[in-house]
Design a protein around this ligand. Structure first.
Ligand SMILES: NC(=O)c1ccc[n+]([C@@H]2O[C@H](COP(=O)([O-])OP(=O)(O)OC[C@H]3O[C@@H](n4cnc5c(N)ncnc54)[C@H](OP(=O)(O)O)[C@@H]3O)[C@@H](O)[C@H]2O)c1
Length: 258
């Protein structure tokens, strides 16, 4: 009987690379995303290369019944989840008034509802195994409001607040929650979020998903509460604390207006 790390959004970008890093360090995996063929290929590759067990659950995390189904499949097959990586996320670089409501709703469902729901279902088992924890992927977007990505930034502020609070609740249990906050990172996100020409991605060197994933894994293993990737991002977050909010929100507007 194996213990597994379940990683959502492992078909692309940071989640794909997180799956590789966890496998490299000997973790058995359950891969979750909608792109079944990509997950199957990755599962074969990781099994061949690192000799770990890799299961695949294709699922749409914007659907509540699919989120329940993930838990049921793990239960029925006795795949014990010792660590949960809530990485799946979507963005949308669009003015709110003209945005597609279905997209906004899906964003909230994937970025917040599924993350909290999966954590709620798997946490009792994780606490019983008491070796692993939860790695939630937020963003540096969590630290300020984001005009033209208003809902996305708000979902990430939610993830950060929820995860930090839960980590403190779990103090002394042997289980911890790490919140990974990447800044702009090269992945499929730019395209799906409509950020391909955004100034934010052109102003500085954008790290690869692999770099961010390795940092995330290390921070998780060290039991860090909040892990902001890159010294420039860490500096930026510190400056936010002492800068007027009205000024910051204007600045983000300039960076994200199309
Ligand atoms: N890239 C950045 O600049 C950046 C910066 C800060 C934070 N982040 C965060 O990092 C995380 C990973 O994003 P990424 O940059 O690696 O983007 P990505 O390459 O677009 O990957 C997103 C992943 O989420 C999955 N996903 C999206 N909608 C889903 C749904 N309805 N059901 C199941 N899975 C779904 C996708 O899989 P399928 O399409 O196969 O379902 C994919 O595997 C996200 O939470 C994102 O907000 C990214």
């Amino acid at each position: 009987m194996y213990n597994y790390t379940l990683i959502t959004g492992s078909s692309s970008g940071i989640g794909y690379e997180l799956a590789k890093v966890f496998a490299e360090y000997g973790h058995h995996l359950i891969l979750v995303a909608r792109s079944e063929s990509v997950l199957n290929e990755l599962a074969l590759e990781l099994h061949r290369e690192y000799k770990v067990e890799v299961k695949v659950i294709p699922a749409d995390l914007s659907q509540e019944k699919e989120v329940y189904r993930i838990f049921d499949i793990c239960r029925e097959n006795e795949w014990h989840v010792e660590s949960l990586v809530n990485n799946a996320g979507v963005g949308d670089n669009e003015g709110f008034a003209n945005s597609d409501w279905r997209k906004q709703k899906q964003m909230m469902a994937v970025n917040m509802d599924a993350l909290v729901h999966l954590t709620h279902m798997f946490l009792p088992d994780i606490m019983q195994i008491s070796r692993g924890g939860v790695l939630n992927v937020a963003s540096t977007a969590a630290f300020q409001a984001g005009p033209f990505m208003a809902v996305y930034y708000a979902t990430k502020a939610f993830v950060l607040s929820f995860s930090e609070a839960l980590n403190e609740e779990l103090r002394g249990t042997g289980v911890h929650v790490t919140t990974l906050c990447p800044g702009p990172t090269a992945s499929g996100f730019q395209k799906t979020a409509g950020l391909e020409h955004a100034k934010l991605f052109q102003m500085m060197r954008v790290p690869s998903s692999r770099e961010v994933a390795r940092y995330g894994y290390k921070s998780f293993r060290l039991g860090r509460s909040v892990a902001i990737h890159g010294w420039l991002n860490r500096l930026g977050v510190q400056l936010l604390r002492i800068s007027p909010r009205a000024l910051i929100v204007r600045l983000v507007r300039l960076l994200q207006a199309k």
